[in-house]
Design a protein around this ligand. Structure first.
Ligand code: ATP
Length: 348
């Protein structure tokens, strides 16, 4: 049996099902992200693990114990929310020590644990500061330290980095992963940021309208998304819905000089291809021709959209020092066989 298990967990509000038959087995030390658009049920699921929301049906077990109806305080889990919720009148050390005082941990042990935890989150030098004297990233580290100091079996994070600006957010993602690995703590994080989920999770649970649509390791999710929702939500994708005819694809009376390897003539297929797997070539030399519609310079890469008879396709090109063809130019688009995939769900 896994460390944390959710079995057929549902939450129904009146006639509205916020979470439906959620099944997940989490191993000890795993970092799991719940990823999905706003309103898909991520926070509700996290709150059912925390004990802040009672499931309408199903069960939650932790380390072999059924905790479905256990009060939040008794679960002893570490919880960090988007708003850091620090006590403003307490120093960093006092904020971190608070949970230990509540648990009547003797002062000497308290001081030792606070010291260790502040060292872990790289805040030892700021122990005597007040929250108002700190940056957003530093405050979030305090919130994490406060959650970890009680040695919880599970750390629950609800959009922990969403109040931070883009650069700090990226830095804190790696910090969060470093801290999680150092402690080896089982962690469940809610996020709607796919890049964040991809970069720091062991596994990602993709949710849509209260349901789990796919659970996978980040690179597998990216390479083998189950449907078009996932392939577009996790990274960017181009879609081709086409009929296979002899050695080409027919899309709206247009022939694309390409045939997916496993498809046979007459098949209707749903294909996707990532922008970084498309390449530009001379008109007539690729699988399909089109006109460059937009061209943006992104520093390490160029992002180009090409209008083709099969729809607008996005191309991401590494920056090799010279710009790609300009808007209005006719180009060919080419890709490798193995990079143009059928959605994991199969033929359309
Ligand atoms: P976000 O990213 O916006 O926080 P989320 O995926 O975390 O979204 P939840 O907060 O879990 O979504 O909410 C899931 C659905 O359940 C939403 O449609 C929400 O309106 C609904 N919901 C949540 N709490 C309640 C409640 N107490 N009563 C009725 N409906 C609720």
């Amino acid at each position: 049996m896994s460390f944390l298990n959710l079995k057929q967990v549902s939450k129904i509000y009146g006639k509205f099902t916020a979470v439906k038959d959620f099944d997940l087995a989490v191993e000890k030390g795993e970092f799991i992200s719940l990823l999905g658009p706003s309103g898909c049920g991520k926070t509700t699921t996290l709150q059912m693990i925390a004990g802040l929301v009672t499931p309408s049906s199903g069960s939650v077990t932790l380390d072999g114990r059924d905790i479905t109806y256990t009060a939040p305080a008794q679960r002893q889990l570490g919880v960090v929310f988007q708003s850091y919720a620090l006590f403003p009148h307490m120093t960093v050390a006092q904020n971190v020590s608070f949970g230990l005082e509540m648990r009547k941990v003797p002062k000497a042990e308290r001081d030792e644990r606070v010291k260790e935890t502040l060292a872990l989150v790289h805040l030892s030098a700021l122990a005597d500061r007040y929250p108002r004297e700190m940056s957003g990233g530093q405050r979030q580290r305090v919130a994490i330290a406060r959650a970890l100091v009680i040695n919880p079996p599970v750390l629950l994070l609800d959009e922990p980095l969403s109040n931070l600006d883009a650069q700090l957010r990226e830095e804190m993602q790696f910090e969060l992963r470093r801290i999680q690995r150092a402690v080896g703590i089982t962690t469940i994080m809610v996020t709607h940021d796919q890049a964040e989920a991809l970069s720091i999770s062991d596994r990602i649970v993709v949710m849509e309208k209260g349901n789990i649509t796919q659970v996978d390791m980040p690179y597998k999710l990216y390479e083998h998304p189950r449907n078009d929702f996932i392939s577009n939500f996790v990274g960017k994708s181009n879609f081709l819905s086409a009929q296979v005819e002899a050695d080409m694809l027919a899309i709206e009376n247009t022939a694309i000089r390409f045939k997916p390897e496993q498809a046979v003539s007459g098949d209707k297929v749903s294909l996707f291809i990532r922008p970084e797997k498309l390449n530009l070539t001379a008109a007539g030399a690729g699988h399909v021709d089109g006109t460059v519609a937009t061209r943006y310079f992104m520093g390490s890469q160029w992002f180009v959209t090409v209008a083709t008879p099969a729809g607008q396709l996005s191309v991401s090109l590494p920056n090799v020092g010279t710009p790609p063809p300009a808007e209005g130019e006719t180009v060919g688009l080419i890709w490798q066989h193995e990079d143009c995939r059928m959605l994991a769900g199969g033929a359309a």
